[in-house]
Ligand binder design. Structure first.
Ligand SMILES: C=C(OP(=O)(O)O)C(=O)O
Ligand SMILES: [Mg+2]
Length: 424
């Protein structure tokens, strides 16, 4: 299989937060015209590959992406157009070499991600395979339908409320199928709205389509969520619908402590608090429970709770194969969130997934808080066979696009694709 790139074009578009991002169209002589769009985070890890923004320009308050767009249409297009590549991985290698930096700061991780996503899609199209099947073949993985993790209460950097924890997710671990998992998410979302309204809470939405109530204590949110699960007729727990947290603790780190609902906690006090939450509520997974600079705290967190819950690194690992390998050596966490634009290419993303798999770390494929209708991550989740995905609430088009793509894949493969999380 080879890819002859005949044209490459990027344009500035808007993401779901009304911030500029870019869309790429890549034309090959084999696969036709391929589109991709690039998401963008708000609570980003400091070691993420660098998203290029037009600081200093007045358009979009200096937050446009015309420089990144120009890099695709200029230097990258010049380097790739007219060339034949042996694979999409070869395109990624060319992009990394052309950029020449460790963090993709020169051409921009957003520019590089857009081209990398399109190259992977073009390779799948040229072989006549579905994207998820192509990814599985490329990565040497067994495809699987992931358990969707629906972020139904938003706080932190994703909402204008006083809630410090960023994400409260429904995890329908006990659902018999993807369709039933999606149905559970949607039904509980509806019951949650009714319950919040009946308690006099606002039902406006945060960035990922979850509700943004005026609740400060995470335990109070967990209590409402368990009630909403039961209101909808489901059992709260790992046999039914469990809960997953992304506190995004780097965002409420202050002077070496953690500030939650006005209280200052040490790493160990926060770990105690998580232990209580695990005992009192059906929490099965905690992402970024501690901050990205608190590796010693993470070691203690993992020693204390790692046999009971999934401890997932996002800001601390940033989908970086080298950082994940270091975490494995130091027994930090037992799971990694996976975001393509944190590292910048599909090739490096698949490498991060491989390192996790070989080390017995589970993985969850993730959207960003600023999204587009591009559903690449749905295919990535199925193709890698990691068994978990998060794409926000079961509401709002840019979130639902991923869940709907999963439903279509599931419908077309009722027998050969298994559904569920993968044991580490
Ligand atoms: C999706 C997340 O948020 P963002 O895209 O803002 O980093 C996250 O922290 O997991
Ligand atoms: Mg996170």
């Amino acid at each position: 299989m080879s890819l002859r790139i005949t044209d490459l074009h990027a344009v500035e578009i808007l993401d779901s937060r009304a911030r500029p991002t870019l869309a790429v169209t890549l034309t090959t002589s084999e696969g036709g015209r391929i589109h991709s769009a690039v998401p963008s985070g708000a609570s980003t890890g400091s070691m993420e590959a660098v998203e290029l923004r037009d600081t200093g320009r007045s358009r979009y308050g200096g937050q446009g992406v015309l420089t990144a767009v120009g890099n695709v249409n200029g230097e990258i297009a010049q380097a790739l157009t007219g060339r034949t590549f042996s694979s999409a991985a070869a395109v990624d290698r060319a992009l990394i070499a052309l950029d020449g930096t460790d963090d993709k700061a020169r051409l921009g991780a957003n520019a590089i991600t857009g081209v990398s996503l399109a190259a992977t899609r073009a390779e799948a199209a040229s072989g006549g395979t579905a994207l998820w099947q192509h990814i599985a073949r490329r990565a040497g993985t067994s495809p699987r339908l992931p358990v969707p993790h629906f972020n139904v209460v938003n706080g932190g950097a994703h909402a204008a409320n006083g809630l410090d924890f960023q994400e409260f997710m429904l995890a329908p671990l006990g659902a018999p199928s993807l369709a039933e998992a999606v149905r559970a998410g949607a039904e509980i979302y509806g019951r949650l709205k009714a319950r919040l309204a009946s308690e006099g809470q606002p039902t406006g939405l945060g960035d990922e389509g979850g509700f943004a109530p005026d609740i400060d204590r995470p335990e109070d949110v967990l209590r409402v969520l368990v009630s909403a699960i039961e209101d909808a007729g489901y059992a709260a727990g790992r046999e039914g619908v469990a809960l997953a947290l992304d506190p995004a603790a780097s965002e409420f780190r202050e002077d070496g402590d953690y500030r939650i609902a006005g209280e200052s906690l040490t790493s160990d006090q926060l770990i105690d608090r998580y232990e209580e939450m695990i005992e009192n509520f059906p929490v099965w997974s905690i992402e970024d429970g501690l901050a990205e600079d608190d590796w010693d705290g993470w070691t203690r967190l993992t020693a204390r709770l790692g046999s009971r819950v999934q401890l997932m690194g996002d800001d601390i690992f940033v989908t970086d194969p080298a950082t994940i390998a270091q975490a494995v050596t130091r027994t930090v966490g037992n799971s990694s969130l996976i975001k393509v634009n944190q590292i910048g290419t599909v090739t490096e993303t698949l490498e991060a997934v491989r390192i996790c798999r070989e080390a017995g770390y589970t993985q969850m494929i993730s959207h960003r808080s600023g999204e587009t209708p591009d559903a690449f991550i749905a295919d990535l989740a199925v193709g890698t066979g990691c068994g978990q995905i998060k794409s926000g609430a079961p509401a709002r088009g840019e979130r639902v696009a991923k869940y709907d793509r999963l439903l279509e894949i599931a419908d077309a493969h009722p027998v050969d694709l298994r559904f569920g999380v993968v044991a580490p």
